[in-house]
Design a protein around this ligand. Structure first.
Ligand SMILES: Cc1cc2nc3c(=O)[nH]c(=O)nc-3n(C[C@H](O)[C@H](O)[C@H](O)COP(=O)(O)O)c2cc1C
Length: 429
């Protein structure tokens, strides 16, 4: 039994999470082509609720159907009609059946929208994603009225989720999605009040926080997923992140989840990008090294007093306990292991030593072709393919209640591609 991980956590708004383990947000791809939650999505979250985490984060719930993170996302871009409200409520009911929290992650993909959804997505500025393969189109800069509309939708969607029975919301401002694009001087070249100084680059995010807080009241958990850094030359740096965290605390946020990286530099998954990583100024602690962002959290704890959730790389119970006991993290986020072992939190709470590191066992290429992954383009492809393996696990769990860990990365990639083309056909694309 882990006493440290079993401690409840009370948030500034007064809500209490029953323990220190949270399922990180993972895009499910299980919504209908219209973006409505399905029984498969409920089945998946029922398993996770039974799995013992104190809090489950939903995968990306998108605020604009033309700016999805991927086909199959839940879409909440207008006041829900009766069918949508009822589907959201059924999902939330199953996802909280074990007494855990269930928070909605609200998101807009901006320039990271794939071309199969939108060839000319809106973004802070017309700066295209720097990855080969034509997966991302030429973005168009948002007008001020359009930015205000995105901010309004954060408030609308938060209220819809609260009414449906979700117990909190999270604004996705990390991983190179729209609000993260605003924060980065590399992708935000604006010269109006949304660009330039950090105060301006953080304006869209802070306005989203204020709008949500005003709409949901003081007692409902509001959190933000924030990059410790983008780890890219000229991008959002750790000093910026520390300042933004302080503004978020002043704006009434209950919890900041710390992650890092973008599609171009996927540090969030502990994977190297195509360009050189921009190192950050942070004191290296003696904490166990497996967690990617724990040193950043330790430094951030000195600047803010709101709870911090840290996600990325945690696999050993003693590393999680040490992060909490040392004050580095208040809540531990777990992602990939839960795509197969939906009861991972319960097992850790019962004293299990470690979770399996599937990501280290998977590869698109068989060993004898491993040299192929040395080239930049093929390494990028291999990263996406491994990610598709995790998507396929979520699909299997949703459809059958069982993961399919014996599936090869190649077969999983084909499965996800097939699924996406069915979805795109249904949307007439
Ligand atoms: C299949 C999959 C889907 C993901 N989808 C999301 C998402 O919708 N929103 C988000 O903020 N992060 C997403 N992530 C990132 C995770 O929340 C987490 O930050 C990352 O997996 C690192 O944690 P881990 O090492 O425990 O897996 C996803 C990761 C995976 C593997």
């Amino acid at each position: 039994m882990s006493e440290i991980l079993a401690q409840p956590l009370t948030l500034p708004c007064g809500a209490t999470l029953p323990n220190r383990l949270a399922k990180g947000a993972m895009t499910e791809g299980l919504a209908s082509p219209q973006g409505v939650p399905t029984p498969e999505l409920s089945r998946l979250y029922g398993l996770w609720s039974d799995g013992g985490a104190g809090m489950l984060l939903s995968g990306n719930i998108m605020l604009d159907r033309d700016h999805l993170e991927r086909p199959g996302n839940v879409i909440l871009d207008q006041q829900p009609d009766t069918a949508m409200a009822s589907a959201l409520a059924s999902w939330a009911k199953v996802a909280t059946r074990n007494g855990n929290h269930f928070w909605a992650q609200l998101s807009h993909a901006g320039r990271q929208t794939q071309t199969n959804v939108n060839r000319h997505p809106k973004a802070p500025s017309a700066v295209k994603v720097g990855l080969p393969g034509g997966q991302f189109g030429e973005p168009v800069a948002l007008t001020i009225t359009e930015i205000e509309e995105v901010v309004r939708r954060f408030g609308m969607a938060a209220v819809a989720c609260k009414e449906a029975g979700f117990t909190g919301v999270q604004i996705h401002a990390a991983h190179g999605y729209l609000l993260s694009q605003f924060l980065s001087p590399r992708t935000n070249l604006r010269t109006d009040e949304y660009g330039g100084a950090l105060e301006n680059r953080a304006r869209a995010l802070l306005n989203a926080v204020t709008t949500i807080r005003a709409a949901v009241g003081p007692e409902f958990p509001v959190s933000v997923k924030l990059n410790s850094a983008d780890f890219q030359k000229g991008g959002f740096a750790f000093e910026d992140s520390l300042q933004v965290a302080q503004w978020l605390e002043q704006a009434g946020v209950d919890l900041i989840e710390i992650s890092g990286g973008t599609y171009e530099q996927p540090k969030l998954l502990g994977v190297a990008g195509m360009e050189a990583e921009e190192s950050q100024h942070v004191k290296q602690s003696t904490l166990m090294r497996e967690a990617y962002f724990v040193d950043f959290a330790v430094a951030m704890q000195e600047k803010v007093s709101i709870p911090l959730m840290v996600t990325g790389g945690f696999r050993h119970r003693d590393a999680m306990e040490q992060a909490i006991a040392s004050g580095g993290a208040d809540l531990i986020g777990i992602g990939r292991p839960m795509c197969v072992e939906t009861d991972a939190p319960a097992r850790l709470l019962a004293g299990e030593h470690a979770l399996r590191q599937y990501e280290n066992e998977l590869s698109l290429f068989p060993n004898w072709l491993g040299f192929l992954a040395q080239t930049n383009a093929l390494r990028g492809l291999a990263t996406f393919a491994v990610q598709f393996w995790f998507y396929a696990q979520l699909d299997c769990l949703g459809l059958t209640g069982k993961a399919c860990p014996d599936m090869s990365v190649f077969a999983a990639t084909r499965r996800v591609m097939r699924q996406q083309s069915v979805w795109l056909k249904a949307r007439g694309r």
